[in-house]
Design a protein around this ligand. Sequence first.
Ligand code: SDX
Length: 382
Amino acid sequence: MAPDEAEVTFAKGLEDVIVAKSRITYIDGEIGKLVYLGIPIEEMAKHSTFEETAYLLGHGALPTRQQLDEYSRTLVANRALPDTLLNMMKLFPPTALPMDVLRTAVSALGMLDPNPKDSSKEQNQLRSARLIAQFPTIVAAFARMRQGLEPVAPRADLGHAANFLYMLFGQAPDEFTARVMDVALVLHADHEMNASTFASLVTGSTLSDMYSAITTGVGTLKGPLHGGANEAVVAMLQEIGTVENAEPYVLNALKTKKKIMGFGHRVYHAYDPRARIFKEYARELSQRKNDMTWFQIGEKIEEVMIREVGRKGIFPNVDFYSGIVYHHLGIPTDLYTPIFAIARVAGWIAHVMEYWEDNRIFRPASIYTGPKEAPYVPIEKR
Ligand code: SDX
């Protein structure tokens, strides 16, 4: 029988509801701590690369040199897109939203899998490498196509992050730029039971397939309450325009109960540790570009937000300073959320594969608020 409201605990938005056991990522939201397999995110940002992070999340341990080389070679070998997908993408309208393109392309890759009915672990590992390798190629290819340019073929001698920028701009990045991109991907690679990871697990839990699960993840990440917030932050910075406008803008938003994008978090009631790292890169890039305006607006927004609502546990999240970083890398705004997805696909896959080790279909319950009994009234009598 369906539960009655008085008899159950109802957690709107599944707040604090435990839905799985996982060994991958741990967050202590009270002190702003984040670890991948026990390793602090600060250490990962300092020393790791996206390839190594993806291996860590997917295999549960840091790779040896040989394992990392082999994994990196597999990713490189899988970077190119199937011709069928490239031809399909040529038919997409240039005005399409890149997140919609990514979602559709990932779904299409499912149709192009040579063994779609084989759900063995080996096949899924192959699919994982293909998906992680091809996300950047899809995003960069569409970014070129919509400008009427030919996609740039991947370059085998470049790392994952540097190759993405190469495919996007047609020019290999300098070492610092490549490192910033790499760190951004490391920071976004996983984040425990966030909305898009949970959505991927729900799809995976029906034993559908990897592509369906990841397509679900992309669609879920798109929303401005989740991955889409980084694009919304930039729209806000543009609207504010000057440092002087920042304080009145924030105060007015708070007064009218409007959310400031890039602030607040379901789990963190402290400063998101990823935002701290992004902030320092945003500062350094702004200095290098001799253009501090957005960074100063960002700092002012942060100051006012912490003063006004910090006691409620509202601080900058990962999406706040990342936009300023990407802006200074010359990346078009509507690619910011796709870049989040390029990183997060590693986390989605790791969680889906982990969940399949001890799968149970997700099937929660809801509180019925409709009538308990009602007559069927014939249409002519309504
Ligand atoms: C990501 O979950 C993850 O791990 C996600 C993520 C990941 O890596 O996967 O970290 C990535 O999605 C980051 C979040 C990006 N979204 C935004 O920046 C959008 C703006 N922030 C919010 O809308 C909000 O904070 C959420 C969606 C992130 C969290 O929503 P909750 O947990 O449902 O919180 P809530 O909306 O119920 O807010 C609680 C209180 C409210 O005040 P009260 O009514 O209790 O007085 O905090 C206030 C809210 O009004 N509040 C804000 C605010 N966020 C929360 N007030 C002003 N500005 C904000 N941004």
